[in-house]
Design a protein around this ligand. Structure first.
Ligand SMILES: Nc1nc2c(ncn2[C@@H]2O[C@H](COP(=O)(O)OP(=O)(O)OP(=O)(O)O)[C@@H](O)[C@H]2O)c(=O)[nH]1
Ligand SMILES: [Zn+2]
Length: 329
């Protein structure tokens, strides 16, 4: 055991109010924040954060500082607003420092290309690399159709076709599952995230609920640590907040996913071109010349619209909540 007070690095694997569970060279430990965190309005550690601690073998260690994040998922926190005007919109970080976002969807009726696009947008915005993982290949006989759909989002995106059950394609994941890398999984219920994690871990870390394949329905069953460190040195993050990530956060991400389109905007004749009826519009020209497909343009517009709508909705609901609160008092 190290002496008390020794400084060392650790990774946050669970946050419960003011108590943190960390992994460091001494194994799993508990820690609290140095008092100054509260006074200085510092950045509070979240799951995945790398922190500097003062080790204490007899009780809780003390977190001294949070190191700079290389990636993060966050959402906007509208709570604490004064009525009638926007005071401070806080950023609530849900998880940090992951390398890859595994976007999991299944090769069946559950598959949804728009949902995958949203997740890609979020992943790109987070600073990590998106990898689309299509599961249940053992049940699918038209894999090419699904690959084409994902490629319509972006040619550049990594796609893995796998079956955690039969082992098809699992080798492709090795290049992401290197010691020291951290993975986040995104995907709706029942697509096979837990099954995939168990297969990667080589043991049953997560409970898998058996579902009937005919109606493609799954149930929420996953409960476990928010960051799991596998014996292989690969970490897997799965926090409840990430599961609920809102679309309204993804605006910049959408522009990254569709950079081939957004790069055209500068070539339109008018700087305020709406790309609908204006003459010499670079977007319309590109569609006519089949440089970008009309479907892809529509998908971009649709996602941007939903994104705007989502933003307005978030502001609307927070205003509405405030009104309700005020009218009750
Ligand atoms: N045939 C087949 N079935 C699979 C595969 N992967 C998962 N399943 C089945 O799909 C169902 C759902 O799997 P889970 O791993 O629990 O899905 P999940 O995404 O973790 O679901 P939540 O925990 O609800 O988010 C279970 O019945 C699994 O046995 C696969 O590669 N092939
Ligand atoms: Zn235009």
């Amino acid at each position: 055991m190290k002496e008390n007070g020794t400084q060392m690095h650790a990774i946050v694997c669970e946050v419960q109010r003011e108590l943190f569970t960390l992994i460091c060279e001494q194994g799993e430990i508990h820690a609290k924040l140095r008092g100054a965190f509260y006074k200085e309005n510092s950045i509070f550690p979240v799951v995945g954060d790398k922190v500097l601690i003062h080790f204490n073998q007899n009780g809780d260690s003390i977190i001294e500082k949070v190191f700079e994040r290389k990636s993060k998922f966050s959402r906007t926190d509208f709570s604490g607003h004064a009525a009638g005007y926007v005071k401070t919109i806080k950023e609530q970080v849900l998880a940090a420092n992951f390398d890859y976002v595994f976007i999991v969807d299944s090769l069946n009726k559950n598959f949804n290309v728009n949902r995958i696009t949203r997740y890609i947008s979020l992943a790109l915005k987070s600073g990590a690399k998106p990898v689309v993982i299509l599961t249940k290949a053992d049940l699918c006989n038209n894999v090419d159709y699904y690959i084409k759909e994902v490629k319509s989002i972006s040619e550049k995106i990594d796609i893995c076709i796998i079956s955690a059950k039969s082992g098809i394609g699992m080798k492709q994941l090795d290049s992401y599952l290197k010691r020291g890398s951290t993975i986040v999984l995104l995907g709706s219920s029942g697509v096979g995230k837990s099954t995939l994690v168990n297969e990667i871990a080589g043991e049953e870390l997560m409970k898998v609920s058996e579902i009937r394949e005919d109606d493609s329905k799954g149930r929420h069953t996953t409960t476990h640590r928010q960051l799991i460190m596998l014996p292989s040195g690969v970490a897997i993050i799965d926090t409840p907040g990430i599961r609920e990530l809102g679309m309204w956060e993804a605006s910049e991400g959408i522009d990254d996913t569709f950079s081939d389109i957004t790069e055209l905007f500068g070539d339109c004749k008018y700087s305020n071109c709406t790309h609908t009826t204006e003459p010499s519009c670079a977007v319309k020209k590109a569609i006519e010349n089949k440089i970008i497909s009309n479907e892809r343009w529509k998908l971009y517009c649709q996602l941007k619209n939903e994104d705007e709508w989502g933003k307005n909705k978030a502001i609307y609901t927070s205003k509405q909540k405030l009104k309700n609160k005020i009218s009750r008092t």
